[in-house]
Every structure is written in C-alpha cells, then in structure tokens.
Design a protein around this ligand. Structure first.
Ligand code: PRP
Ligand code: HPA
Ligand code: MG
Length: 186
C-alpha cells in the first residue's frame, strides 16, 4: 500500500477534479495577465493553504510580477470551524507602496481571515488590493467579502486537497474532495 492510495481511500467524493482545476488556473492566469498588463503586480500568497494554487497560478501569469508570502492562522489543528482569532504568524517582506496587490487564497469561507487582513494591507499604501481565490463557500459567509477572481463555488462541506488540509493532512491531493465522515470522528 502506498500513501497516495491510502489518502484517496479517505475521500468520500471529489468536488473539483485535477483537470477542472488546471483548466481554471490557466483561464485565471490569462485574465490576470490581461488585467494587470503594465501594472506593478505583487502576488501575496496566504500560507499554508494557498501554496499549491500559488505555484500553479504564478506560472499561468505571463506578465512580470513579484511574489510574497504571509502566514495567517485561524483554523488551528483539527478544527473545522474558524476560531475567529486571526493571527499574523509571518508578515510580508515587501513594501506595498504603489503596488497592485493580488491576494492569492485557497478558499474564501466565512471571510473572517480576509476581513482581518484586507484593512491591514490597505493601510500600507498599495495602489490596489484585490482577491483571487480558487474556492469559495458563499453559504458560510459572515464577513462582507467577495472574490475579484474566483475558481469554483463549493457547497457547505469541509473540503480538502489542492492545498486545503484537515489536521495538516491531505494538502497534497491534486483534486478537491470531501472526507469520509469517519475521518473527522477518529
Ligand atoms: O474565510 P475563512 O472562514 O476565514 O477561511 C479561509 C481561511 O482558512 C484557511 O486557513 P487556515 O487558518 O486553516 O490555515 P492554513 O492555510 O495553514 O490551513 C484557508 O486557507 C483560508 O486562509
Ligand atoms: O473547507 C475547508 N477545508 C479546509 N480548510 C478550510 N478553511 C476554511 N474552510 C476550509
Ligand atoms: Mg487549514
């Protein structure tokens, strides 16, 4: 038994396939390349969840851009509910003055994480701040935040894969799926 097989076995059903993800990333990359032509684009990846999407999206963007990373945490450990406490664990290195910042996220769920982060970034005098997320769960929104660039809407289920974890696992699945109920109750 190898580890891929054992991860796949924990999945109840797939919501977004690897092919659907790759097609969407290519389309988003094209659109962002058009929209930010001639601008000072800085991609800001919110770790850890966005690592897979960031790595794919930046290669689908065909114009010059910078990249930077921020570590923020609200769904600690095996929590499937946001704690509501958003911690900046590692801040950006870049000076945002005059930059066109595009936040790269894996999922916009309640919106609580971004509702804390957006005002912090906007205070740093960027030219613009927009949000690109591969997944959104609109039914769970608590903060008034919507993505400027969106991959897929997902239903109100806890999803894993393509960067998203349950208890730090399943981030390396190449698709987005829902875990079998018994995995949460272990
Ligand atoms: O819209 P919200 O309800 O705030 O949820 C979205 C955030 O929650 C997850 O991060 P998490 O805190 O689990 O950290 P991780 O990226 O390291 O898994 C996800 O990556 C988003 O950043
Ligand atoms: O559905 C989810 N899965 C994993 N991490 C998350 N963070 C917010 N929502 C989710
Ligand atoms: Mg998480």
């Amino acid at each position: 038994m190898n580890s891929m097989q054992s991860m796949d076995r924990d999945i109840d059903h797939i919501l977004v396939s690897e092919e659907q993800l790759q097609d969407k990333v290519a389309a988003l990359g094209e659109q962002i390349s058009r929209d930010y032509q001639g601008r000072d684009l800085l991609l800001v990846s919110i770790l850890k969840g966005s690592v897979v999407f960031m790595a794919d999206l930046m290669r689908a963007i065909k114009i010059p851009c910078g990249i930077d990373f921020m570590v923020v945490s609200s769904y600690g450990g095996a929590n499937t509910e946001s704690t509501g406490l958003v911690k900046i664990v590692k801040d950006l290195d870049a000076d945002l003055t005059g930059k066109d910042v595009l936040i790269v996220e894996d999922i916009l769920d309640t919106g609580i994480t971004l509702s804390h982060l957006l005002p912090v970034l906007r205070m740093r005098n960027p030219n613009s701040v927009r949000l690109c997320t591969i997944l959104s769960k609109p039914s769970r929104r608590k903060a008034d935040i919507e993505p400027d660039y969106l991959g897929f809407e997902v239903p109100d289920e806890f999803v894993v894969g393509y960067g998203l974890d349950f208890d730090e696992k399943y981030r390396n699945l190449p698709y987005v799926g829902v875990l079998k109920p018994e995995i949460y109750s272990k």
